[in-house]
Design a protein around this ligand. Structure first.
Ligand code: PMP
Length: 293
């Protein structure tokens, strides 16, 4: 790729010049919100839903985004155009901005909007064909009554700890349980288990983010006559499932073939996972906000 352009401080700057102040409260306190969005073949997938979630997260933490949703949509599109990207991952960050060393966000004069777009495959390509081995980690999901998973904030420390535990176990992703021991989600993806034609995924109140990929899969699965249930389940249910897969904007849809040493199904990506993945791949190039007319 030639030069990479990043939207920062109200303008487009080169990657090497995209720097923020050490007094930005996003950096000092994780005080901010973000979204990860994907563009497939020049169509931004579910941009409206991502912007709704971003603005809801911001409202919940009393962060005033200095752009309307329409302006933000145009900025996302412009970032892709400037970088001549048709297939990419977009990271949209709104931090509280520059303040003093105190926690009080009233010292922050203006929120900082950052948009980065680049090509990204979260896991090596062969894992999308062969499936992932994962483990359950000791790090628990934040309790929803302490920090709602609906707020996609810059507080991702427990998600980072999940990744550290996963790497220590020699795998690239892991499952987090909630404080009651129910399966919540992965470090940055939702989890589904399959039993026959039935799909189960943890509901929001268990501690899962209501992922946009998750919701797309639920929609597709219902159209394809699967029974979809948003219900709490335990590690045991995962171990004895016919199939397990993860969904997320960065991860997309990826099969899981081993959990905590237990082989799932016959140890290969399952039939239903493949059906849903194919339908998802068709859907993402068909719908979406067009970047190039
Ligand atoms: N859970 C967490 C904690 C996440 O960060 C993400 C990524 N946004 C997801 C689930 C998947 O959500 P989505 O499909 O909207 O990317």
């Amino acid at each position: 790729m030639s030069e990479q352009w990043i939207y920062l401080g109200g303008e487009f700057v080169r990657k090497q010049d995209a720097k923020i102040s050490v007094y930005d409260h996003g950096f000092l306190y994780g005080d901010g919100v973000f979204e990860g969005i994907r563009v497939y073949d020049g169509n931004v997938f579910r941009l409206e839903e991502h912007l709704d979630r971003l603005y809801n997260s911001a409202k919940s933490i009393m962060l005033q985004i200095p752009h309307s949703k329409e302006e933000m949509q145009n900025l996302v599109i412009e970032t892709l155009q400037r970088n001549e990207l048709k297939n990419a991952y977009i990271r949209l960050v709104v931090s509280r901005g520059v303040g003093n060393l105190g926690l009080d966000p009233t010292s922050c004069a203006k929120p900082q909007v950052i948009i980065i777009a680049e090509e990204l495959a979260l896991f090596p390509k062969e894992l999308y064909d062969s499936g992932l081995e994962i483990v359950t980690v000791a790090t628990r999901r934040n309790r929803p009554d302490v920090l709602s998973p609906k707020v996609k904030s810059l507080n991702y420390l427990n998600n980072v700890l999940v990744k550290i535990e996963a790497s220590l176990a020699g795998v690239s992703e892991a499952l987090m349980l909630n404080d009651q021991g129910y399966v919540a989600e992965g470090s940055a993806d939702n989890v589904f288990i399959v039993k026959g034609k039935e799909l189960l995924t943890p509901p929001g109140y268990v501690g899962a983010l209501e992922g946009i990929t998750r919701n797309a899969i639920i929609e597709i699965a219902k159209e394809l006559d699967y029974i979809v249930k948003e219900e709490p389940f335990t590690r045991h249910d995962v171990y004895v499932a016919d199939e397990v897969f993860l969904t997320g904007t960065a991860a997309e849809v990826i099969a899981v073939i081993k959990v905590d040493g237990r082989v799932i199904g016959d140890g290969k990506p399952g039939v239903e996972t493949k059906v849903l993945l194919e339908a998802f791949r068709e859907r993402v190039v068909e719908e979406g906000v067009k970047v190039y007319s």
